[in-house]
Structures are given as C-alpha cells and as structure tokens.
Design a protein around this ligand. Sequence first.
Ligand code: NAP
Length: 533
Amino acid sequence: MKIYKSLDTLIVGAGFAGMYSLHKQLSEGFKAEIFEQGDDVGGTWYWNRYPGARCDIESMDYSFSFSEELQQEWNWKEKYGTQPELFSYAKHVCEKFNLRKNINFNTKITKAKFIKNTQSWLVTCDDNSIVKCRYLILATGNLSTPNIPKINGVDTFKGNIFHTGAWPKEMPDFKNRTVGIIGTGSSGVQSIPIIAETAKELLVFQRTPNFSLPARHSKLPIDKRENYKKNYLKYRQLAKNSSFGIAKYQPPTQSAFDVSENERNSIYQKAWEEGGQAMLFSFTDLLTDKKANDTAAEFVRNKIREIVNDKSIAEKLCPFDHPIGTKRLCLDSNYFQTYNKNNVSLIDISKKPIDEINKHGLVTNGTEYTFDDLVFATGFDAMTGAVNAINIINEDEVSLKSKWAEGPKTYLGIMVSEFPNFFMITGPQSPGVKSQMILSIEQHVDFIHNLIMHKKDNNYSAVNAKSKNQDEWVKHNNDVAHSTLYPLAHSWYNGDNIVGKKRNFMPYVGGVANYKNICDEIIESDYKGFEFS
Ligand code: NAP
C-alpha cells in the first residue's frame, strides 16, 4: 500500500463548510487539504444550478461573518442570492483566503479506515490513491446526495433526464419542448415557474402538495445593504441569539390564541405581504400546538384558493397532510400563479403512484403522459446520505454505516463515539438544516477547531466522543423533536423520503441559541463528553 500524501487534516467537500474549515486549519499552520468531487468550490451552490435556484434566506444573513473585511467588501445584489451570485461568492472566498492551492478537485473519497497504531486515518480516493491524515473532517453537506426514485423503466426514457441537485453546467433550452417534472418541494417550487416561462408545455407530477409563502424577492437596495453592513455586529449577534439563526426572526411572545381571530389573520396578512418566513414567527405555539398551527395553515390554503383560478386545481395544491412548517417551508416567486397558465398542467399522483417510465414519458393511473424532457425535483438522501456514501471503518473494523443502520447517532452532530479524530460539520442531531446554514457552519468549524487545538496543546493523540454522552444527546434530540409538531410530517427531516430508510428525526430543533449555549458549556467544562487519549 503506497501512501501518496500525509496530512494533518483531510477535509471532504469544498462548500462553505469545507472552505472555512480549511482556512482555520491553514491559519493555525496545519498541513490541510480538501478533497472535492466537483471541479470547483461551492458545494450546494455548485451542484444546484437548476432554473430559478436561489437561497431562501436573505443574502445579508446567508454569508460568512468570520471576516469583517469579507463581509464589508462583498456587495450582494439580490435580496435572496441566486445560484450564480452564491457560486461567485464561494469562488471569491476561495481566492481571498488563497485556498485553491490546497483543494484537490475531481476527487471522490470512497473509504476511510482508522489505524490504531498511528492514531490516524487512511483515506482512499476514487483513483485508489491513499492519503494519511490525523484528522478527518466531513464537510459533505446535508442535501448533497440526489435522490432519483427507483421507478420502473427510467433507463428506457429517450429524452433528457435532469435532477435539480445535479444540474448540467449548460442550461438546457426548454423552448418548444414538453417537460415533465416530478416533485414539488423547494426545488420544484422554485424551478416550475421558470421552466413554465419557456417550455411549450409543462406537466407537474405532484405526490404531495407543499406549503409555500411568497419570497417577495427584489433587488437589494444599496442604502439598505450599506446600512446593514454598518450594523453587522448587531445583526450577527441577533442571529446567534435566535432560534433559527436569522437576525430578523426573533422569538415571538404571544400564543395564536392570545389574540382574536381578526387580529390573528391581520398578523398573518402582514407577514404574507412582507414575504419570507415571517408568518412562522408570528406566534409561540405554531410549531407545538396543532390547533394554533391550523390557523396559519388554513390562512395559507385560503391564499392558494384565491390565487389559483381553477377551484379543483387549487384544492389539489392545498396541503392537508402535515402542519405548516413541519416540512421545510418553501418560498416562491409566483409558484401558485403558474397553475393559471395554459401551458401548465398539474397531475395529482397522490393516490396512484407513477407505474412506470417508458420511452416517451410516464404512466400513472392507466394514463400515459408524453414529454421531451424529464426533471427530477425529488430531493436528497438528506443528512446521512453523503456520510454513508464513504465506507468509514473504525479500529475494530466496524463501519459507521452499520452503526447507523437504525439511524444516525452522534454527539452534538459533531463526533461519533468509537470513531476518533473524525468530525462532521453540521452532522445529524445538530441544528444545521434548521438554521441559517452558514452561521451553523461557522459555529461547528470553530468548535471542531478548538477541540483539535485543545487536543494538540495537551499532547493527546486522539479525541473521541463518549458513548454515554452520545446516547444522552440522541435522546435529548429526540425528546426536543417530539415536544413539537415536526414528527407529524413525512419529510426528509426524518428520512421518510427515502424508501427503506429508518425513520429518525435528524435535525436538532431546540434552536441555534440553545444549542450554542450547550456547546459553550461543554467547552467550559473541559469538553465534557469527549475523551482524550
Ligand atoms: P424535497 O423537499 O425532498 O422534495 C422532493 C419532492 O419530490 C417532493 O414533492 C416529493 O413528494 C417528490 N417525490 C420524491 N420521490 C417521489 C416519487 N417516487 N414519486 C413522486 N414524487 C416524488 O426536495 P427538494 O425540493 O430538492 O428540497 C430539499 C431541501 O433542499 C429543501 O427542503 C430545502 O431545505 C433545500 N432547498 C433549499 C432551497 C432554497 O434555499 N431556496 C431550494 C431548494 C432546496 P413527497 O412530498 O410526496 O415525498
């Protein structure tokens, strides 16, 4: 076995998490490199190039805070960053901190094995080369393993097949073409209105309708941007002390039933007009009390009924299967309005699934639908997909995948017991996906970096999570989730979207501020729950 490289730190993935982690490691003098399967940086914003792709958190929030110079010099143009703008930002970060020379592109990591004698990892790349490293950090993202449902006959389709999460670099031209799209989650809700603008005909195959609120997207006015920049310190602090890591969404103070029905609806109306996710932050009990939630859900269903001209189509677009907000809430620009167009059809497949895909299209409920191109907006094997795609083996020859067969178990979403010197950025059972992702990334990267420094400064050779503390954390994660309405939805949060995946509620929904306080207390108590050897 030939080791072609020895590193202190090997980071997998060159998205925001990988880049910030690399920057921290290099700043401390570590020999660190990223291995990235794409040919450029950006992660999510490298792969998700589908029509209409943009972030649903405002740009001024969804950005790095660790460098004052960076946050002052970068000028966001749009209220919600588009994929091209976010991709440019990622490239700018890469150049500014001189990271590119330490990134190995077009290289996939397939295996990692912990070696007891040397207390290090041997990591195998897809060309079979082997890299030795002391620390292995996964920055592989939570929504990075596209899910293409196993539908009979998919290989026989003669037209083009696209997945929103692995979109080609060259934008396909849908002009004069009939397009079929499967999926009405955030990716579908964003791409459907844009594809409908050019396609001759668009057929939307909907299994479950989703709640979506208007984004009210606009250009970002320069004075607003500059004012925000002047007060960045305050806004970043507000975000850190909030539940979801977004400055303007501070915890509400009253229950939905503290006010009259009229007042409640006018609060919802104001939030609807403001756009974004404001409505979910109107009352304290929207995510804990089904009756309170029903008031918001019905408000949005009535909006759908107002917007969509055809009553039966409107009713098909109204979600009844889950409380609003318990699946990731979509933000849209004219999503429901799109169903008023003559070239758009909604095909409800909730009762009869897709039987098969054939040469020309697909068959459901005995009817064949033909189209030229097929778009899968069918989501991801979320949170565990990218971790399990690497064969990670500990010193006892036990794989992480087998340890997680019944669902992921982590300590703080950062480490896994019995897998020393192995870290995940925003892993399962941490708030990542239920927060402003970049804020959570920064917090995890800092935590991991400090943990590594603590280990190094004290001359320890390995750090591990204690299984007792891990069990307690997993239980806490589940207890918090089950005190809310989240588990009532069939969503990727609990693995329901992947056939055969064990149901487990994965994100930590106790709030960003609470989570950070817990982490800070752990640091102050000399890293309680971690053992050093
Ligand atoms: P998703 O939310 O998981 O939605 C997948 C869609 O595909 C659902 O409508 C699902 O229906 C449907 N589907 C899956 N398998 C199917 C099958 N076999 N037959 C028919 N329909 C099927 O995935 P996503 O839209 O890619 O979004 C994933 C997450 O990425 C979001 O929740 C969000 O966190 C993130 N995201 C964010 C943005 C943004 O920032 N604006 C944009 C895109 C994505 P069911 O509901 O019935 O399962």
